[in-house]
Design a protein around this ligand. Sequence first.
Ligand code: NZQ
Ligand code: ZN
Length: 391
Amino acid sequence: MNNFNFCSPTYFAFGRGAEARVGELCVKYGAHRVLVVYGGGSVVRSGLLARVLADMEAKGLAHVELAGIRPNPTDDRVYEGIDICRSQGVDFILAVGGGSVIDTAKGIAAGAVYDGDFWDFYSGKAVPAAALPVGVVLTIPASGSEGSGNTVITKRDGLHKISIRTEEVLRPRFSIMNPELTFTLPPFQTACGIADMMAHIMERYFSNTEGVEVTDRLCEATLQTIIHQAGVVMTSPTDYDARANIMWCGMIAHNGTCGVGREEDWASHAIEHEVSAVYDVTHGAGLAVIFPAWLTWMSSHNPHKVVQFAERVFGVSPMETPEATALAGVARLKAFLKSIGLPVTFGELGVDDPDIDLLVSKLVENKGESLGNYVRLTPQDCREIYELCRG
Ligand code: NZQ
Ligand code: ZN
């Protein structure tokens, strides 16, 4: 096991009615004037936004709003939010929604207290040293942004979708997680969230670092829980306990716990981010296509951990070769993803004629000539993985 530092200071308020604490928690974490960020309308239709604003008003908090954040959020909305924070004296940002809303809130939080261009953080020119505090009311378990120090924004000019990770600065001060708020999720969004949280675990699980059994077993147990509970939420979307288990798994998947003590991979996310940047597909659906292709490629290049995954997560019996066992695990994963309505090929994703040259060149532009750690991938390897996605 490698040495590690782990700091996860977010306060979680989990359960039925937890959003009733939003005003109290904003006050506790120093808010006076709050920028409330939300998406395209689900929180308006559900009545959640009205409840949140009423509670904040009751606690004496002033607020301004930034509405209409779209999935795969873009830099223009971050600039807009930074302007609002500066001109209105905002001292706290509340994200009411999913990863796209939370990541926009984090981008604004870092940019509002920085003299330069906030994109410097995403382009690697600067590291956020400070940020306005961010609180979250989560409506979709998927990105894990409610417990992570990460944010992913797309620069519209050139379609650069870039993820950054901070150890502490961009972790939310609090996250309110009421599983009932996820009852209204369409089945496709539920399934995409499930694929994303599984991918967050797998990016950490596929590692060559030895001696991390506790982290491995935590990953395997969480993956098995997600797979089991996914079957329940897809057939019974208002099953509270199943929604609750999925929601907490999404947080565990990405707050860092599943990666401690070892080298992580993250090639599949980088490979997918080019697909969602260019074709504006839902991130989780993109991962449902990319991750099995990455695993298929790994089955012949470095099968040992894929074998463990196949045997321990999907109960595959050892076959004649490690590669065969690994591929049987990949087949089980694909069958699971299809069973919850997800695509596993470019065609099923709605990308009938993928421009693989473009995807590879953007990957090189954004990530350089090599990627990942489980096997360090060259641009040619990434091309082969994109080709496998044709099915
Ligand atoms: O915009 P509204 O109307 O709210 O609708 C949203 C949106 O269309 C809808 N939705 C959310 N909660 C709902 C609901 N509909 C009905 N009922 C509810 N309770 O769901 C749609 C998707 O929302 P979005 O926020 O985009 O989903 P998600 O949480 O999956 O976030 C995706 C973004 O997060 C990034 C992705 O790349 C993508 O841009 N990621 C962020 C990460 C991080 N910060 O750590 C890590 C991830 O790997 C990921 O890359
Ligand atoms: Zn993800």
